[in-house]
Design a protein around this ligand. Structure first.
Ligand SMILES: [Zn+2]
Ligand SMILES: [Zn+2]
Length: 436
């Protein structure tokens, strides 16, 4: 894995439009990298290896706190090498891996093994989320102090949620004493009995729907308990307008942050009418009112950032009728382009807020990356905002191809990704010339 490497040669990325809404720069300038760190941002910088990035935008590398790299257990769908390559292709320099693997990441031995594999195989900075409860069964809590010692960065109940409010409350109190943040998947299974959102499209197609309350009730529970316990709590994949409003209410009453996904911001449950298993995801795609509400909350900063919920699946699990398909979409490689195309180019979101939501804010949450300030790790994304490209299953770097954007033409594409001063993704080579 690429790390700050004091031996690495000096690199200067020249002539890119540098945009970092956190640290301030917004204009054509150069970035000098030394020892894997940002050494200088300014005009007419020279040195060592030079990358000519004229015509490209340079952002702090994106940070994705929600990814399923299917390791251990389903390396046929994704492994650390392919997951991290897919992340790098999307401009992500930092990722948090979810624990609902096979086996579940619920004991220190598995955490330690995963940490060693990351060290060897990941192109980006990957962090481990361990399970909040043993086997993600919602009953017995994991040994969080030991998980942290073994290398866990946070704990999560992603994939299923926590049915018992009592278990969740104890888990929050324990996570707080262990110094681990929580990433929570809010879903009440007594309400989430369907496979799509319970709306017009579900009624017309006859596919069983789950009401929005399946998410909202669980979100309210999590927020109330976060306020009561003081645990550092992150609500992931917020997909309804009401859940976003609940987050807003608790923003200064609890140590709470929240994200939403590119697909909940750009797609709606109209896609249910295709009856294609590809479009099954959890939480489900919602109607316009929710998508708009979540978008407004992201704009306002109520939802702090975007996370992809990158969820690879083998084609035999997705090429099925909706009711039988596995839920989840690929996310890394299309996240920036989908959001830039659907939100920034239409005036729905400013480019600086998008970069803030993909880089600066999640970087602050993990405590590393998402900044071009001098002395920070040289984690960068180089993007061609003018490139139009068609999302194609053959060209996916992930081991799977279940992208909801397949066949769509998007604008803006990541061209190069740098982690700790090293180029870990370089799509065309010809896009920027190297000298020195
Ligand atoms: Zn989830
Ligand atoms: Zn997930």
């Amino acid at each position: 894995m690429t790390r700050e490497n004091p031996g690495v040669a000096e690199t200067v990325v020249r002539h890119a439009h540098v945009l970092d809404p956190g640290a301030g720069p917004d204009g054509v300038m150069d970035v000098r990298i030394l020892g894997g760190m940002i050494a200088e941002v300014g005009d007419n910088l020279r040195g060592g290896r030079e990358l000519d990035a004229g015509g490209l935008h340079l952002f702090p590398g994106f940070v994705d706190v929600h990814a399923h790299w299917r390791t251990p257990g389903r390396e046929d769908e994704e492994n650390i090498e392919s997951g991290s390559a897919s992340a790098a292709a999307g401009g992500f320099t930092g990722v948090v891996m979810m624990p609902n693997t096979d086996p579940i990441v619920d004991n220190p031995m598995i955490v330690g093994g995963l940490a060693r594999r990351i060290e060897r195989e990941s192109r980006v900075r990957a962090r481990i989320s361990a399970a909040l409860h043993v086997g993600l069964k919602g009953e017995r809590l994991t040994e969080m102090h030991l998980l942290k010692e073994a290398g866990a960065f946070c704990v999560s109940d992603d994939g299923v949620g926590t049915a018992s409010a009592g278990v969740l409350r104890n888990g929050m109190a324990y996570a707080r004493t262990a110094g681990l943040p929580l990433i929570l998947h809010c879903e009440d299974h007594t309400l989430a009995t369907g496979v799509v959102h319970d709306g017009v499209a579900a009624s017309l197609t006859g596919i069983p729907g789950s009401p929005a309350s399946a998410e909202d009730v669980a979100t309210a529970t999590a927020l109330i308990l976060a306020a009561e316990t003081g645990a550092k709590t992150h609500i992931t994949h917020v997909s309804t307008a009401l859940s976003a409003a609940l987050v807003a209410f608790f923003k200064d009453r609890a140590d709470v942050t929240a994200d939403t996904t590119p697909h909940h911001l750009t797609l709606t449950d109209d896609l249910v009418s295709t009856l294609e298993g590809l479009y099954r995801v959890n939480p489900p795609l919602r109607p316009d009112a929710d998508s708009d509400g979540v978008g407004a909350a992201l704009r306002a900063g109520v939802l702090d950032f975007v996370a992809t919920d990158h969820a690879p699946h083998a084609s035999e699990e997705k090429e099925l009728p909706l009711e039988e398909a596995a839920p989840g979409f690929l996310g890394h490689e299309t996240a920036f382009s989908a959001l830039y195309t659907a939100l920034v180019l239409t005036g729905g979101l400013s480019l600086p807020r998008l970069v803030d939501a993909m880089s600066c804010a999640p970087g602050r949450w993990v405590g590393e990356g998402g900044s071009l300030a001098v002395g920070e790790p040289a984690d960068l994304a180089l993007v061609d905002l003018s490139e139009r490209w068609k999302v194609d299953s053959e060209a996916m770097i992930s081991r799977s191809s279940n992208s909801p954007y397949l066949g769509k033409t998007l604008t803006g594409r990541v061209v190069g990704t740098i982690v700790g001063g090293e180029l870990v993704h370089n799509r065309t080579g010809a896009k920027f010339g190297t000298r020195g």
